[in-house]
Design a protein around this ligand. Structure first.
Ligand SMILES: Nc1ncnc2c1ncn2[C@@H]1O[C@H](COP(=O)(O)OP(=O)(O)OP(=O)(O)O)[C@@H](O)[C@H]1O
Ligand SMILES: [Mg+2]
Length: 250
């Protein structure tokens, strides 16, 4: 598959802290690409740069071979990247469909006045949810009544609603139980099945090994190793992350 999103030598300093010291990653179209590494390795910083939340001090980002710069989260979204941050940013007191359409509500005109088109939002929300988790059918349900895995599904539906072709998930299974983790890994596979390119940040080696097509391990802000195919085992991942051994480097 062609390279969908590529970074070269991304550098980011926070004062004296060198969070990223030259990160280069090639994410192939339609694949699930995991970013792993120990605490403080720079994973979230890297994702924030792709999401337009932070700007790099140096380095390049290309999408479909075209150089891009994201000065804001909106710019990243417009380039087709939807990022689901670890805190999800769902509004617990609001319904599923309201969350999916938050900030992008559909309206209809009645006597020349714009009114919320709740019926269409509910119907479209059901369509998005049907692609991910058909067992969730009540779009009026409040997010506060959903499980962690179901909330993740709502956040992912919002990404689908933006029509992004690259979806970034930061630690989607953190704090979830075994069954819910399975559900969320199913959601990640559904995104791939829908043709999306997925970037998955995770600490959970078993999860990563179960879904990823390719993995980049970061260490103190630099690439440590890329793994793919038969190399993608939880044992292999733990080995590299714990040992610090460096193998193939860009
Ligand atoms: N806003 C900030 N200001 C100062 N230092 C920061 C900031 N954000 C991150 N850092 C530092 O940059 C380095 C990389 O942090 P980052 O959050 O990207 O790591 P991470 O791999 O996501 O870690 P974790 O697994 O703990 O989430 C760390 O040393 C961190 O303390
Ligand atoms: Mg992090």
């Amino acid at each position: 598959m062609p390279v969908k999103i590529s970074t070269r030598n991304i550098v980011k300093n926070y004062g004296a802290v060198e969070a990223l010291r030259g990160v280069s990653v090639d994410v192939h179209e339609g694949e699930i690409h995991a970013i792993c590494g120990d605490n403080g390795a720079g994973k979230s910083t890297f994702i924030k740069i792709l999401a337009g939340v932070e700007q790099p001090d140096q380095g390049e980002i290309t999408i479909n071979g075209e150089a891009r710069r994201f000065d804001s989260p909106q710019a990243s979204l417009q380039a087709g990247i939807a990022t689901i941050h670890q805190d999800l940013a769902v509004a617990a007191d609001m319904s599923i469909y309201q969350n999916i359409f938050m900030g992008a509500e559909l309206t209809r005109r009645v006597l020349g006045l714009p009114l919320l088109d709740k019926a269409r939002m509910r119907k479209d929300a059901l369509g998005y949810m049907g692609q991910l988790n058909p067992s969730i059918t009540d779009m009026n349900a409040k997010v506060t009544d959903l499980s962690g895995g179901q909330r993740q599904a709502v956040a992912i539906c919002r990404a689908l609603r933006w029509n992004a072709d690259i979806v970034i998930l930061d630690e989607p299974t953190a704090a979830l139980g075994v069954r819910e983790t399975e559900q969320v890994l199913g959601l990640v596979r559904s995104l791939k099945a829908a043709g999306k390119t997925v970037i998955l940040i995770s600490h959970a080696m078993q999860d990563v090994a179960a879904v990823a097509d390719r993995i980049s391990i970061l260490r103190t802000g630099e690439n440590q190793i890329d793994l793919e195919g038969g190399e993608l085992t939880a044992d292999n991942l733990s080995h590299y992350i714990l040992s610090g051994e460096v193998n193939r480097i860009h």
